[in-house]
Design a protein around this ligand. Structure first.
Ligand code: ATP
Ligand code: MG
Length: 607
């Protein structure tokens, strides 16, 4: 028994593990096929570094100007030639600060396209991957959850760039430059205090934020939960009304929101600890440095200007640290989100093409099931030793009680699932040896439950072949007996069908599905209760179209109403996942078995 696919693993909490996913971004930032982007990323990094030097350098100009003003003798105006020196220093200070803004904007300008490209590439890759994953995965997943996972993953990329590369990283660099500058220009102690306070500050922030993270995690979990409930509930809008369950749904949602709210309150109130501690450390550091500076000045070892410089530099270093707690938390969250997204990318599709799989071309449509065993879930066998054979061009019907496994046959033929044992062949080739894509290209279906895209009727029909022209679309719509109905609509083929096609009646949806299957013109056509939602008059007229369609291709008809399949070349009677009888209508009737029973029952009802 093949193990069931495990869904995405929970992220491991270790930072190293998470940073690994950050490095998976690198190929997107440094794309092989885009040399221009490499230049951009490189320049952006250079500018970021240059910007830090300039930011630390600027206050030294102001400090100098303070000293110059203090020591000036005989200068009466900053505009006089002897005062020009002071003016230049002040201009230098303002100018450099301005340049640092220019630099940071230039960096944005350079880097934004790269960041956006990375986001788009990752999003597209993830989206494409989701479509590659097998049906089982999607049936087990909440669609809302998946799209949020992508959305959060993308947001995390932006966030990580912004904070790690352009905020936290540069701030640490700035601190290092400032420390070195203090040491060189003034004294070692200033560098020591500056670096020590910031490190202490960072340590404190990380520890307290870690402690707060658990509230945050609860918040996120509750938020996801509330959202999933809301989406599921709104998707089931009609069902909710049928059972007057609005109150029930609302209280379920409210309960989920209450959990969120409690976690949110804890999260907010615990923030006070972080803020207070941070402010204490920051100001303690500043006070220490100022006292030291005052001492140095009193001792004649330093100028007043130096005190100004130190204050300004430290203010600059501290400013981005204000949001360190937030940034740390968000970075961690972003790493987790990103990792989840990458984990999604790592999920292997359950049904995979062999590496040497070939396309099936010019299919004749011979189908063979040989001793097929299949189960969706380990505990419950669904198909048991099913064997049958369909020659090219034949029309074969599958009948049997509900839950017998009829639709399962079509899912297996489409290779949504791999079978447990036995073989399914098309034109003598095992379907596991041909590409899924080519297999699905030659197979068409009118499914038992038609779900439509939330777009126009025309779009939904043309989905089978986006290159089809209007005449072709109308031809199949006519064959499916829906053209007149569509023409009668105020917006004709441009009518929107609503989410999942819910603005159409069951029979209309079914006819759209028939039209689009006809447009696909496949070698193998599966009709799974294709006319079950239609009245007998419409069914009758469509039957002709379906008979026509069935003429030159292999057709598998799944039907409850036996009168529609009496002319089939072969009828397979399925019971409890096993083939009970096979034969033509006449042969089966003469057997006096399950088919005869079903037939008699329906004859009786028809009278
Ligand atoms: N994804 C799934 N996971 C688990 N069990 C499933 C899944 N899909 C179908 N089943 C089960 O497999 C059995 C066969 O289902 P199938 O849809 O093939 O029945 P059917 O013969 O088409 O019935 P109906 O006439 O009602 O359409 C059912 O008992 C159903 O509960
Ligand atoms: Mg079915």
């Amino acid at each position: 028994m093949r193990p069931l696919e495990t869904s995405e693993k929970l992220p491991e909490e270790s930072l190293i593990y998470q940073l690994k996913s950050f490095f998976r971004l690198w190929p997107y930032l440094w794309p092989k096929d885009k040399p221009g982007f490499k230049v951009r990323t490189f320049l952006a990094l250079i500018l970021t570094i240059a910007g830090q030097f300039i930011l630390v350098g600027a206050p030294f100009f102001l400090g100098r100007s303070v000293d110059a003003v203090e020591n000036a003798s005989g200068i009466t105006s900053v505009f006089s030639s002897s005062g020009l020196f002071i003016t230049a220093l002040i201009l230098g200070y303002g100018g450099l600060r301005f340049v640092s803004v220019l630099i940071s904007e230039a960096r944005e300008y350079l880097f934004t396209p790269v960041g956006q490209y990375a986001q788009r590439s990752v999003a597209t890759a993830t989206f494409a991957h989701l479509h590659k994953l097998s049906l089982r995965y999607h049936l087990e997943k909440r669609t809302g959850g998946l799209s949020r996972m992508i959305e959060r993953g993308i947001r995390s990329i932006d966030f990580l760039f912004r904070f790690l590369l352009f905020n936290i990283g540069p701030t640490l660099l700035q601190l290092a430059i400032a420390g070195a500058a203090f040491w060189l220009a003034y004294s070692f102690e200033f560098a020591l205090i500056a670096v020590a306070t910031v490190l202490l500050y960072i340590w404190f922030t990380v520890v307290t934020t870690e402690w707060r993270l658990k509230f945050r995690r609860t918040m996120n979990a509750k938020d996801t939960d509330a959202n999933a409930k809301a989406i599921d509930s709104l998707l089931n809008y009609e069902t909710v009304k049928y059972f007057s369950a609005e109150g029930f749904e609302t209280s379920r949602y409210d309960a989920a929101m209450e959990g969120y709210q409690q976690a949110a309150i804890k999260s907010r109130t615990s923030l006070a600890t972080v803020n207070i501690g941070q402010s204490f450390l920051m100001n303690a550091g500043l006070i220490g440095m100022m006292l030291l500076a005052a001492q140095f000045i009193l001792g004649g070892k330093m100028s007043i200007g130096a005190m100004t410089t130190i204050t300004l530099v430290m203010m600059q270093v501290y400013r981005p640290l204000n949001i360190l707690g937030f940034a740390y938390r968000e970075i961690k969250q972003a790493l987790t989100d990103m990792e989840k997204m990458f984990a999604l990318l790592d999920v292997e599709p359950e049904v995979k093409d062999r590496t040497d799989a070939k396309d099936i071309v010019d299919a004749k449509g011979a189908i063979r099931f040989e001793n097929v065993d299949f189960r969706y879930e380990a505990e419950r066998p669904i198909l048991k030793n099913v064997s049958f054979n369909i020659n090219p061009g034949e029309t074969v019907a599958v009948v049997g009680p509900t839950g017998a496994g009829k639709s399962t046959l079509s899912r297996i033929l489409f290779r949504f699932y791999d079978i447990e044992s036995g073989a399914v062949t098309v034109d003598g080739q095992n379907i596991q040896d041909i590409t899924q894509d080519s297999l699905r290209k030659i197979t068409g279906i009118v499914p038992q439950d038609t779900v439509l895209f939330n777009d126009t009727i025309g779009y939904n029909i043309a989905y089978a072949n986006p290159k089809a022209n209007q005449a072709e679309i109308e031809a199949v719509a006519k064959a499916a007996q829906i053209h007149d109905f569509i023409q009668g609509l105020p917006e004709g083929y441009k009518t929107k069908v609503g989410e999942r096609g819910l603005k159409l009646s069951g029979g209309e949806k079914q006819r759209v599905a028939i039209a689009r299957a006809l447009l696909k013109d496949p070698a193998i056509l599966i009709l799974d209760e294709a006319t079950s939602a239609l009245d007998s008059v419409t069914e009758h007229s469509i039957q002709d179209a379906l008979d026509m369609a069935a003429k030159d291709r292999t057709t598998l008809v799944i039907a409850h109403r036996l009168s529609t399949i009496v002319n089939a070349d072969k009828i397979i009677v399925l019971r409890d996942g096993a083939v009970a009888e096979i034969g033509t209508h006449a042969e089966l009737l003469s057997k006096n078995g399950l088919y005869t029973e079903l037939w008699a029952q329906q004859e009786l009802e028809a009278q």
